[in-house]
Structures are given as structure tokens and as C-alpha cells.
Design a protein around this ligand. Structure first.
Ligand code: NAP
Length: 495
């Protein structure tokens, strides 16, 4: 058996046990590059979700009463095992999700970085002592874990999105029920197997797998069960809104990492080589399927020709294919529907007057591929400007006046990331302060790190993940307002 096979689970993980769905149903996982079956997992439903919540509820008192140092040690062991098994985890990730092996490995290391970071942060969930408002009193504030948390994660980062939720939750002293996406349950189950090996006790981290047909009933249970204190979701804005609505009934805490529609702005004084490299990396990573992928390109008219020429040349280095094959640096999309969406966006842009520089079609053969595509003449009415394309497509629009730029850039209900390229400190300062986005990359396309807060403005989400803020999302703040009782008073009271 290879180490990838050893890590590949065929059961879900509840209360420290590897279990089947109550219904006995199973779900097939398919490789999007080859359309071959990779494996099967239980197709769970509401009953299974309830079983997992009960287990997490039973595990909570003991886990939350461990010292932060004890939790740190177990989490650090989990991080170590993830790193040790990175090649096998990456191979599994590529099989179920499609991204090239090198990218998959980077994602696994990114996943481990959250576990290590929050293991450390567990020890820094400080409270404070406040100067009291009245004599004879003590005002103290302390942080406490919220309780049982539900995590719901997407398929585009099947490892990192799991640990970006589970690590801060567990570090804070919470327990978790995690539901990964139907396309990518295997990475989440492999992480659970390593959590078990690391000594994370039964019930503290549970993974329930399901098909999309059962996602709504599992979601309904996770958002309505009174024993769940908090729901942390990463996925589309559309589903996020449903979950926020469902959580309102029992006033659950929510964290929402939702969709993006990120602008990529190139000013006339930008270093074009840097901008082109950043566009190539940020746009074509994961075949364009990241929430922070640049989606709207605003390039100053003075440099647009050179930017397009340079980018189209750089795109010649993109080799699409099965991510498990050597030399491939652009994998498939996740599904047939994803390819149809990209096709719809490209055709809509072409029908509305955009010009094709390269790509613009599916290649022959199996797999959900779309050729790397570059369009110019992209305008605000086009679908690719209004919605996330979530594919390997760059649509360049041109601007001439900085005054009009901000209005266009901020003219969206999304506000996750923005990219700005300029060599003028004054312009950078002026524009970055006015961009309505939770994350602004200046002269770089690499903006996600475990040490800095990640999250969006507007309909891109609520709350932050990573950084010191990430653990706060899983903690309550308690104010203890204490009046001193001197011994004389105490004696009077008891008499
Ligand atoms: P999605 O359709 O919203 O699915 C996300 C997760 O929600 C999956 O596990 C899905 O399960 C589940 N789900 C779907 N309907 C549900 C319901 N009614 N109740 C409970 N759970 C439900 O999103 P996606 O297509 O997988 O992911 C792409 C989206 O995620 C993009 O919009 C992207 O921008 C966003 N994203 C955001 C961030 C961020 O940090 N802001 C990071 C990554 C991705 P099934 O798979 O079984 O349907």
C-alpha cells in the first residue's frame, strides 16, 4: 500500500470512530482530470449530523478544561504529522480536486501552518483587568470557548479551509463537526486520521461527508441544533446567506468567508514585470478557482498594450493537464458546471464586444478543462465583471482617469481582496485606503498567510480567519464584575 492509500479513508469520523451513514448510502469521489473514480465515502444526512453534534457536545467539557499548553502540544503534533505526510496528502488532494501536485503540496503546508499558528495562539487568549468604576470592586474580562462549532468548507482548498477553521476552534477549547464539500471529502478525512494519530480525543473533531443532495438537510441541522454555538462557513455568498438566515432563529455566532470579485489595478507607473507575474500567479493558481482570484482587471490605457502583450507571452508557459503529471501547472476545473460557467462568461464577453487574445475554448479529451484565456475590451456590463468567473480567464478593461477608477472598482457588493500595482507611494496610500476590500495586495499577488487576518467587506463575509483575530471568532468575552466582601461584612451576612 502507498502512503496515499493508507491515508485514504472510506468512512466518516464521529466520536473517534470510523463510521458509515445511518442510511448506508455512499457517495463516489471523481478525479476531475480523468473522470475516474478515486474512492467512495458515506453519504450522510441529518441523523448523522445529530450523532456528530452529540459526540462533540459530550467531548466539550473535558477538552475545554485542558490547559492551553496541553491543547498546544496536541495541535503541534497534528501539524507535525500533516507536514510529515505532505506528499501523500498532496497526491490525494490532486486526485480529488485536480490542482497540480506542487500547488497541492503548497496547500498542505499552508494547512499545517494554521494548525501550528493556532497551537501557539491558544496560549495567548488573554483577558484583561479593567480599572473599576467604583471603589471596592474588581473588573475582570476573560475569554471562554463558545462550545460546539460547525464548520462547512468548499472544494477549492480542501485542506487549508478545514484547518483554518478547525485549528482555531480546537485551540480555543471548542469541539467541531466539519462538513467538507461533496467533491473533496478525502482530504478532510485524511486530516481527521492524522488528528486521531496526534492524540486529539474522540468527539473533539468530527467529519461528516455528504453529497450535495443532502447538504441542505445537514446544514439545517447544524444551524438549528441548540447544542451548536457557532457556524463557520466558507463558500458561496448565496449559500452563506441561507445559513445566516437559518442561524438567526437560535442566534448562533457566525463566521462567513464568502465569494469575491477582486479588482486587479495596474497604474501607469507600475512595474509591469511585477504586475504580470502577480497576475499569472494569482489568476491561474488553482485554475482560477480561488475566492481571491483577480476577477476584474483595470489597466491604465498608457500601459495596457504592454501589459496584455507581456501577460499573453507569460501565459504560453501554462501547461494544462492532469495535475499528477510532471510539468503540468494548470489543472482542470472542478465540474462540468464550472466549465459551462466559464464558457458562458467568455461567450457573453465576446458577444458584447470583447476581443480574444488567446484560449477561449475547451480542449479535446476527457476532464473538465478550459484553455487559459485572455480577453481585452472587457466592460462593466459583461457577466465576467459582475460575477466571479472561477476559471482560468483574464478579461482586461482599460481606464484613463484615477477619479473614475475608484467608483468602478468599488461598484460591487463583494469586497474580499483587491490588488494594486504602482511605484508611487502617494498613489498607493491614496488608493489602498479607499478600496472596499478586506485584503489589499500592493505590488504582489501573494496575499494569504496564516499570520494576517483574512476576510471580506460587504457580501464577501463576516469575521476574519487566521492571525490573532481568527481565534477570537471561537471565543466568548465574559466580564466578571466583583464586589469585595470584607470578612466583617461576610460574618454579618451569614448571621
Ligand atoms: P458552495 O456551493 O457555497 O459550497 C460550500 C459548502 O457549502 C460545501 O460544503 C457545500 O456542500 C455546502 N453547502 C451547499 N449548500 C448548502 C446548504 N444549503 N446548507 C449547508 N451547506 C451547504 O461553494 P463552492 O462552490 O463549494 O465554493 C466556491 C465558493 O466559495 C466561491 O464563491 C468562493 O469565492 C468561495 N470561497 C470563499 C473563501 C473565502 O475565504 N472567502 C475561500 C474559498 C472559497 P456540497 O459540496 O455538498 O454542495
Amino acid at each position: 500500500m502507498t502512503s496515499t492509500e493508507l491515508l485514504q479513508q472510506s468512512c466518516a469520523y464521529i466520536d473517534g470512530q470510523w463510521v458509515q451513514a445511518e442510511s448506508g448510502e455512499r457517495l463516489a469521489v471523481t478525479n476531475p482530470a480523468t473522470l475516474e473514480e478515486v474512492g467512495t465515502v458515506p453519504d450522510m444526512g441529518q441523523q448523522d449530523a445529530r450523532r456528530a453534534i452529540d459526540a462533540a457536545q459530550r467531548a466539550f467539557p473535558k477538552w475545554s478544561s485542558k490547559t492551553a499548553k496541553e491543547r498546544e502540544q496536541v495541535l503541534k503534533e497534528w501539524a507535525r504529522l500533516i507536514r510529515l505526510n505532505a506528499p501523500a496528502l498532496a497526491a490525494l488532494l490532486t486526485q480529488e480536486q485536480g490542482k497540480p501536485l506542487l500547488e497541492a503540496r503548497n496547500e498542505v503546508m499552508f494547512a499545517a501552518s494554521f494548525v501550528e499558528w493556532f497551537a501557539e495562539e491558544a496560549k495567548r487568549t488573554y483577558g484583561e483587568v479593567i480599572p473599576p468604576a467604583h471603589a471596592g470592586m474588581r473588573f475582570m474580562v476573560q475569554k471562554e470557548p463558545v462550545g460546539v462549532c460547525a464548520g462547512i468548507t468548499p472544494w477549492n482548498l480542501p485542506s487549508a479551509m478545514v484547518t483554518r477553521k478547525a485549528a482555531p476552534a480546537l485551540a480555543a477549547g471548542c469541539t467541531m463537526v466539519l462538513k467538507p464539500a461533496e467533491h473533496t471529502p478525502l482530504s478532510a478525512l485524511a486530516l481527521a486520521a492524522l488528528a486521531e494519530q496526534a492524540g486529539i480525543p474522540p468527539g473533539v473533531f468530527n467529519v461528516i461527508t455528504s453529497s450535495r443532495k443532502n447538504a441542505a438537510e445537514i446544514g439545517a441541522e447544524l444551524t438549528s441544533n441548540p447544542n451548536v454555538a457557532k457556524v463557520s462557513f466558507t463558500g458561496s455568498t448565496q449559500v452563506g446567506k441561507i445559513l445566516i438566515g437559518q442561524c438567526a432563529e437560535s442566534v448562533k455566532r457566525v463566521s462567513m468567508e464568502l465569494g469575491g470579485n477582486s479588482p486587479f489595478i495596474v497604474l501607469q507607473d507600475a512595474d509591469l514585470k511585477t504586475a504580470i507575474q502577480a497576475a499569472l500567479f494569482a489568476k491561474f493558481r488553482n485554475a482560477g478557482q480561488t475566492c481571491i482570484a483577480p476577477n476584474r482587471f483595470f489597466v491604465h490605457e498608457a500601459v495596457s498594450h504592454d501589459f496584455v502583450q507581456g501577460l499573453s507571452k507569460a501565459m504560453e508557459g501554462l501547461k494544462w493537464g492532469d495535475g499528477a503529471r510532471d510539468g503540468v501547472n494548470l489543472g482542470p476545473l472542478i465540474s462540468a458546471q464550472a466549465v459551462e460557467k466559464v464558457e458562458r462568461h467568455v461567450n457573453d464577453a465576446l458577444n458584447k464586444g470583447a476581443a480574444l487574445v488567446c484560449g477561449g475554448e475547451r480542449p479535446e479529451g476527457p476532464g473538465y478543462f478550459y484553455k487559459p484565456t485572455l480577453l481585452t475590451g472587457v466592460t462593466p456590463e459583461m457577466l465576467m465583471t459582475q460575477e466571479e468567473t472561477f476559471g482560468p480567464v483574464v478579461g482586461v478593461g482599460v481606464f484613463s482617469r484615477e477619479e473614475d477608477l475608484l467608483k468602478q472598482v468599488n461598484n460591487t457588493r463583494m469586497g474580499l481582496a483587491a490588488y494594486l500595482f504602482s511605484s508611487s507611494a502617494a498613489r498607493i496610500q491614496r488608493l489602498s485606503g479607499h478600496l472596499e476590500a478586506g485584503i489589499v495586495g500592493v505590488n504582489t499577488g501573494l496575499i494569504a498567510t496564516e499570520v494576517a487576518p483574512f476576510g471580506g467587506y460587504k457580501e464577501s463575509g463576516l469575521g476574519r480567519e487566521g492571525a490573532r483575530q481568527g481565534i477570537d471568532e471561537f471565543m466568548e468575552t465574559k466580564f466578571i464584575c466583583e464586589a469585595f466582601v470584607d470578612e466583617g461584612n461576610e460574618a454579618e451576612v451569614s448571621a
